[in-house]
Write a protein that binds this ligand. Structure first.
Ligand code: AHR
Length: 501
């Protein structure tokens, strides 16, 4: 099998916003407690945060982290998580049925992010709370001395405003599972009023309004149009969430997941642009893909209402990933890069322990899941602009996505028009090796290195030992190995079966 990828540095889709390489830390399971935070751990810093996890977060290349939820945010009282820790009271988080000890709150998280040089993305509670609490939180985070909530922050020991730019207007408000779930009109009106108040506190912030929790929601499309009809002039981004998994042994559909993501993005863009067209507006709403990943949600998750009441640290949705999952994650990144013009913000959900590329044991090791590798390599190598490439490849018919290409590609370019660095990201979704001919007319390449991840057929097994095995068998560091020939104008790359390169 054979495919061609045509590229030219003059044909650009758009600049890659570094916020595309975001992740997510929710008060869910062990993301916070024994994830980023574990004061008793041997590597803990003076603030109680694990150094080993922070180091892996840097190696992963994460630029931004969303916090504190997720479903959690829709019943969170942020005021209970600030001030002297000994005065804070635990509460039952209804989203995940876990007693939240409130040891980590807004200040601890924002200071961790600041120390680590990671941009924070905050979410406000529009489930059980509303306009006043949202505006107060913006003032607490970004206000200067002389007003109530900014002064409370200062009294809590933090003089300088945090300057949080990105704010989510609630989370998955279209989902019936969401605490305080609303219909599109109720939510649209509330988001407009909360967003208005938040921007009156700090006009420099960017707002993300909730889109659909997935493309499979019954209200998909209608939801986006209704919500944006209330908020179009106010917000900057609309959110998208999507999780993919292999269902009923349908490997082909799972390998085609990134085509599903591509269509989802196009439909949300179309919905947003339709509202803009009706308004005769020149403004373009962009996308915050603030939750995406492989998650064995339908096949392994019992559902929010079946969770037992637990105390922290609680093990919830600690999915163990395979080489196949890593190939799909790499392919989802290919789709995100190809939409660089409309998707400036994205978060791999989540960062640690909870459907995450980084795992830990309480008091023990931290290790990488297979999905770590395509993310880290993409965050490192995708620099500058995404190019508008043309891929020609045979198609594959899948049950869930219909016809999908057998090979996908994204290419990035950093530098001057006549000399720069090319990042090439290729996926082979078939069980055969594929020769890809990269056509780059008039451009000569000097080959650098790379990484290749291949799928496996074994079920994933728990534990760090498994991670080491996956790394050894399925992740290869490349010098120029898969490139079989290069001349001015053409380079041939050999892709292993079911692989991300
Ligand atoms: O990331 C896990 C959960 O998935 C989030 O809390 C929620 O927003 C989504 O349904």
């Amino acid at each position: 099998p054979h495919a061609t990828v045509l590229l030219h540095p003059d044909f650009r889709t758009g600049a890659i916003d570094r916020r595309l390489f975001g992740s997510f830390v929710e008060h869910l399971g062990r993301a916070v407690y024994t994830g980023i935070y574990e004061p008793e751990h041997a590597t803990a810093d003076e603030h109680g945060f694990r150094r080993d996890v922070a180091d892996l977060t840097h190696e992963l290349g994460v630029t931004m982290v969303r916090y504190p939820g997720g479903n959690f945010v829709s019943n969170y009282v942020w005021e209970d998580g600030v001030g002297p820790v000994e005065d804070r009271k635990p509460f039952i988080d209804l989203a995940w049925r876990t007693v939240e000890p409130n040891l980590v709150g807004t200040d601890e998280f924002l200071q961790w992010a600041e120390r680590e040089g990671i941009e924070p993305m905050m979410a406000v509670n529009l489930g059980t709370r509303g306009v006043a609490a949202a505006a107060a939180l913006v003032e607490y985070c970004n206000g200067v001395a002389g007003s109530r909530w900014a002064d409370l922050r200062i009294a809590n020991g933090r003089e300088e405003p945090y300057g949080v730019t990105l704010w989510c207007l609630g989370n998955e408000m279209d989902g019936p599972w969401q605490i305080g779930h609303k219909d599109a009109h109720e939510y649209g009106k509330l988001a407009a009023e909360a967003g208005k108040a938040m921007k009156l506190v700090d006009p420099s912030i960017e707002l993300v309004v909730c889109g659909s929790s997935s493309m499979q929601m019954e209200t998909f499309g209608e939801w986006e149009q209704t919500v944006l009809s209330y908020t179009y002039d106010l917000v900057d981004h609309i959110s998208m969430h999507a999780y993919y998994e292999e269902l009923d042994g349908d490997r082909a559909s799972f390998l085609g997941s990134a085509t599903g993501m591509d269509r989802f993005i196009r439909r949300v863009v179309a919905s947003a642009d339709a509202v803009g067209a009706r308004k005769r507006s020149d403004k373009r709403i962009t996308i915050s893909f603030d939750e995406w990943n492989v998650w064995y949600l339908e096949s392994r998750f019992p559902g929010e209402t079946n969770l037992p009441l637990q105390h922290q640290p609680a093990r919830i949705i600690e999915d163990v990933y395979s080489g196949l999952d890593a190939v799909v994650v790499g392919d989802l990144l290919v789709t995100l890069l190809n939409h660089a013009d409309r998707v400036p913000v994205a978060c791999l959900a989540q960062l640690v322990n909870v459907i995450a590329p980084i795992m830990t044991e309480p008091g023990g090791e931290a290790w990488k899941q297979p999905t770590f590798h395509p993310f880290a390599a993409t965050a490192r190598l995708a620099q500058g602009d995404a190019l508008d490439v043309r891929v020609q490849a045979p198609t594959l018919t899948t049950r869930r996505h219909g016809d999908v290409p057998t090979v996908t590609a994204a290419v990035t370019w950093a530098g001057e028009p006549d000399a720069g660095e090319l990042g090439v990201f290729l996926v082979n979704r078939t069980a055969e090796p594929v020769e890809v001919e990269l056509r780059h007319p008039g451009v000569a390449l000097t080959l650098g290195g790379g990484v290749q991840v291949t799928a496996d057929h074994e079920p994933a097994v728990h534990g760090p030992a498994h991670a080491a095995k996956v790394e050894a068998e399925h992740v290869t560091t490349l010098d120029a190995a898969p490139v079989t020939a290069t001349t001015t104008g053409t380079t041939t790359v050999r892709l292993a079966p079911e692989s991300w390169t």
